[in-house]
Design a protein around this ligand. Structure first.
Ligand code: 6CS
Ligand code: FE
Length: 307
């Protein structure tokens, strides 16, 4: 059941600690709730920037576009060498921003990678990336989150279906769907090694998730997410309606996708790593507030506050 999005109190009458108006209520709800998106997908006339009108049309419709290539082979080679250096650095491996795979000692993700690596700091300011973000979001932007998802060969674990915005709204206090992710392939993304999957058009529907956000949720959710994932019936309804696109592409290609796309990726049992960079740009007009459905905000390395 999809309801029009209206300013309302929380769907279940809500606990006193939740604000009176939440356009996208989620977690500790009773029952399934789908809410029509109330936010634009492309936030301005978008005439300025590297994206052509037909790309913006596709982005509005599907919630994502692919860019191939975004980076040249030489740039990718430097980034892969940098990622290998970071993964081998004991200080990086011990850092709380580094997430280890649940079933091995391999690195699953490195968060805030643009603050750890000078090369990445340079990349996130590159007009090919930030120009697209500004064009889509219709404003100046800042980095909400950056990460490398290594998804190593043989035991790279997956990322279950989710909307990033649902988590960023519930746990980071992101008010509106005015953020964009750019996923850059540093290795070939095949159909078989855990490529990103997106339901095209799913960004038009906000799917509330069951469950209550536990204290310190990020300590488990970044390794294997359970709270903040939709119910099977909702996922079936969305998949039946929208289908599932598998975003394959060579190293250097990229996917630019809306914060509310329903997406996920399978585990990787092939010998071929699926190592991608994810840079998330948020509009400066969409700064984080208090969490909408969590007992405390997440740390700054996951959700930047005070740019
Ligand atoms: O919780 C988050 O912010 C992270 N988790 C997932 C599965 N995607 C977005 C982001 O990396
Ligand atoms: Fe995600």
């Amino acid at each position: 059941m999809t309801v029009p999005s209206i300013d309302r109190g929380t769907a279940d009458g809500g606990a006193a600690n939740r604000r009176s108006v939440d356009a996208y209520p989620t977690r500790h709800l009773s029952g399934v709730l789908h809410v029509e998106r109330r936010d634009p997908v492309v936030w301005a006339d978008a005439s300025e920037g590297p994206m052509a009108p037909d790309e913006l049309r596709d982005y509005r419709r599907d919630g994502f576009v692919t860019v191939d290539p975004l980076l040249e082979a030489g740039e990718v080679a430097l980034l892969r060498a940098e990622l290998a250096r970071l993964c081998d650095d004991p200080a990086v491996r011990a850092d709380e921003r580094t997430i280890i795979e649940p079933d091995s000692e391999a690195v699953r993700s490195i968060f805030e990678i643009h603050r750890i690596s000078p090369l990445l700091r340079e990349l996130v300011a590159d007009p090919r990336l930030v120009g697209r973000a500004r064009q889509i979001l219709g404003s100046d932007v800042y980095i909400h989150q950056s990460r490398a998802n290594l998804k190593p060969g043989f035991d790279g674990s997956g990322f279950y279906w989710h909307s990033d915005f649902e988590t960023w709204h519930a746990e980071d206090g992101m008010p509106a769907m005015r953020a964009v992710s750019i996923s850059i392939a540093l290795t070939e993304n095949h159909v078989h090694n855990g490529a990103l999957m997106i339901m095209p058009g799913s960004h038009h529907t906000f799917v509330a998730c069951p469950g209550e956000t536990p204290h310190g949720h990020y300590r488990t959710s970044l390794r294997r997410q359970e709270i903040g994932t939709p119910d099977p019936d909702s996922l079936t309804e969305l998949a039946d309606r929208h289908g599932i696109a598998v975003l394959t592409g060579p190293a250097g290609s990229a996917t630019v996708f809306d914060s509310n796309c329903m997406h996920g990726s399978a585990e990787n049992i092939t010998p071929y790593p699926r190592s991608n960079l994810f840079i998330v740009y948020n509009s400066v007009h969409n700064a984080l507030t208090d969490p909408y459905a969590a007992p405390e905000p997440r740390p700054d390395f996951i959700a930047a506050r005070g740019r």
